[in-house]
Design a protein around this ligand. Structure first.
Ligand SMILES: [Zn+2]
Ligand SMILES: [Zn+2]
Length: 96
């Protein structure tokens, strides 16, 4: 059982040497910076790609990971016109 006193502040990986942790942290910091404005991260294991556009991420998944989208993907946004029943008749008061 090896002692690994150096713990990554990002993912809490443990490292026996500080230098190896620094290398790891440096890569993590790079990822943090590169994904800062890209909230759509690739969910595939080991892939660090991130995009600021879900469509690009989708395409990346197809191109890189041979991801097969499900048969029915609703691309069209249904513009639900939420019509509150504003024309509700309020004139019906208590009957005299
Ligand atoms: Zn880490
Ligand atoms: Zn990916």
């Amino acid at each position: 059982m090896k002692l690994k006193p150096f713990i990554c502040p990002f993912c809490r990986d443990r490292f026996p040497q500080k230098t190896s942790m620094n290398v790891h942290v440096a890569s993590k910091q790079f990822i943090v910076i590169s994904t800062r404005n890209k909230p759509y991260k690739c969910p595939f294991d080991g892939c660090q790609q991130a995009y600021n556009d879900p469509a690009r991420l989708h395409r990346h998944k197809i191109d890189v990971h041979k991801y097969v989208p499900k048969a029915t993907i609703r691309c069209k946004k249904r513009s639900r016109v939420s019509s509150p029943s504003s024309d509700y008749d309020l004139t019906t008061g208590p009957s005299r």
